[in-house]
Design a protein around this ligand. Structure first.
Ligand SMILES: [Mn+2]
Length: 338
C-alpha cells in the first residue's frame, strides 16, 4: 500500500466512523475471513461497523467468530440498505469491481462514502479513493493482516481475528500449496498461531464437513471428468439434473475443479456447472505454471480472476459450451505443455 493511501486511511480512521464492510457475492473463506477480521478490528477501535454480504455465506463458514452478525442483503434487505446508506466509510474486500456484489452494486454506486479497496485480484477498477491492491498476495486475509500492521496495530490482533485471517489464507492458498503462498505468508500464519489461531481445528471445521450427498456428487463429477491428454487438460461437467439428483446444496461443488490438477501431466482443469435458474453455466478454471486462466476466462468466457484460478460463465448449453471450449484449445497447445 503506498504511503499516500496509507496516510489517508490513518486520517480517515482517526475518528469514530460508520463503516460498512462488503465481501463479494457468494463469499468464500477469504471474503468472510477478511471482512470478519476487519470488522472485529473496527469494533475494537471504537467504530460503528457492520458487514453487509450480497448473499448468504456457506454453512461451513458460519462457525467463524462474528459470522452471525453479518447482514445478508437478500434476507435482511431493509437493514442492509440503511447500513450502507448511513456509512461514511465503505470497505470492499476480496473483489475490485462493483459488479461482483450483484444487486447491491447500485446502492454502492449511489453512496457518497469514502471507499477503501483491499484486494488481490488483477485489474482493479477505480471506484475506491483508498486502494490497497496487490496481486502478489496469497489472499485478502493476508492483506488485512498487513493492513492492521501498517496501521500500527498488529498487537491488537485478537484470537478471534487470528482465526478469521488464518481461515482465509488457508482456503485461498489451498492449504498453503498454491503458487501465491510465499515465505511471508508462512510468517504471517506463524504469527497468527502465536496470537491464538487454531490451525488444526480450523482445518477440521472447513474441510471435514462433507455430507454423504456431497461425496456422491463428487463421485458423479469425477466420473464425468474428460481428460484431453494432448492439451494437458481435464474438464468436468455437472448438469442441473445431476445436481438435483444428489441434493445439491450451495457450496457443494467447492474445490471439485482442483481434482483435475491432481492428475499427472494435467496443467489445466475446468468445471462447467449448469444453473438452470440463472440460465447459465458457471465455469471455474485452474492451472499450474504460466498458463493464465485469468486471460483465458477474460477472453473467452466473460470472466477473470488470477493467473492460476479464475471464473467465467456461458449462456449456451453444456454441449455447445464444451464444443466451443475444446475448439479453443489448439491455439493454446504450446502454452499448455509447460
Ligand atoms: Mn481471495
Amino acid at each position: 500500500m503506498n504511503l499516500e493511501h496509507l496516510n489517508a486511511l490513518k486520517q480517515l480512521l482517526s475518528t469514530p466512523r460508520k463503516i460498512a464492510i462488503i465481501p463479494h457475492k457468494n463469499p468464500d473463506g477469504d471474503a468472510i475471513g477478511s471482512t470478519l477480521a476487519l470488522w472485529h478490528y473496527a469494533i475494537n477501535k471504537g467504530h460503528n461497523a457492520s458487514i453487509v454480504s450480497p448473499n448468504d455465506a456457506p454453512k461451513f463458514l458460519k462457525w467463524m467468530p462474528g459470522a452471525d452478525k453479518i447482514l445478508n442483503f437478500e434476507k435482511q434487505n431493509t437493514q442492509a440498505k440503511s447500513c450502507i446508506g448511513a456509512a461514511d466509510v465503505i470497505f470492499t474486500l476480496d473483489f475490485n469491481h462493483l459488479g461482483r456484489v450483484g444487486q447491491m452494486s447500485e446502492l454502492l454506486e449511489e453512496s457518497s462514502a469514502t471507499f477503501v479497496m483491499v484486494d488481490h485480484h488483477q485489474e482493479p477498477s477505480d471506484y475506491a479513493k483508498i486502494m490497497y491492491s496487490d496481486v502478489t498476495m496469497s489472499s485478502t486475509c493476508e492483506m488485512v493482516y498487513h493492513l492492521i500492521g501498517l496501521l500500527g496495530d498488529v498487537n491488537q490482533i485478537t484470537k478471534e481475528m487470528a482465526n478469521c485471517i488464518y481461515t482465509g489464507i488457508m482456503t485461498d492458498t489451498g492449504s498453503f500449496k498454491f503458487a501465491a503462498t510465499t515465505s511471508n505468508t508462512h510468517r504471517v500464519v506463524a504469527d497468527l498461531m502465536d496470537r491464538g489461531a487454531e490451525g488444526t481445528e480450523i482445518h477440521h471445521r472447513i474441510y471435514d464437513t462433507n455430507s454423504p450427498s456431497r461425496l456422491h456428487l463428487l463421485g458423479c463429477a469425477l466420473k464425468n471428468m474428460v481428460i484431453l491428454e494432448e492439451y494437458h487438460t481435464a474438464y468436468i461437467t455437472l448438469s442441473q439434473e445431476e445436481l438435483d439428483k444428489y441434493n445439491y446444496q450451495k457450496g457443494d461443488t467447492e474445490g471439485f475443479v482442483n481434482y483435475g490438477l491432481t492428475l499427472d501431466g494435467i496443467n489445466f482443469a475446468v468445471i462447467f456447472i449448469e444453473n438452470k435458474e440463472e440460465g447459465i453455466l458457471k465455469i471455474s478454471f485452474r492451472s499450474v505454471g504460466d498458463f493464465s486462466v485469468n486471460d483465458f476466462a477474460r477472453k473467452h468466457f466473460n470472466g477473470g480472476g488470477h493467473t492460476n484460478a479464475a471464473g467465467g460463465k456461458s449462456e449456451d448449453s453444456i454441449e455447445d459450451t464444451i464444443k466451443y471450449f475444446t475448439s479453443l484449445l489448439p491455439q493454446y497447445q504450446n502454452q499448455l505443455q509447460s
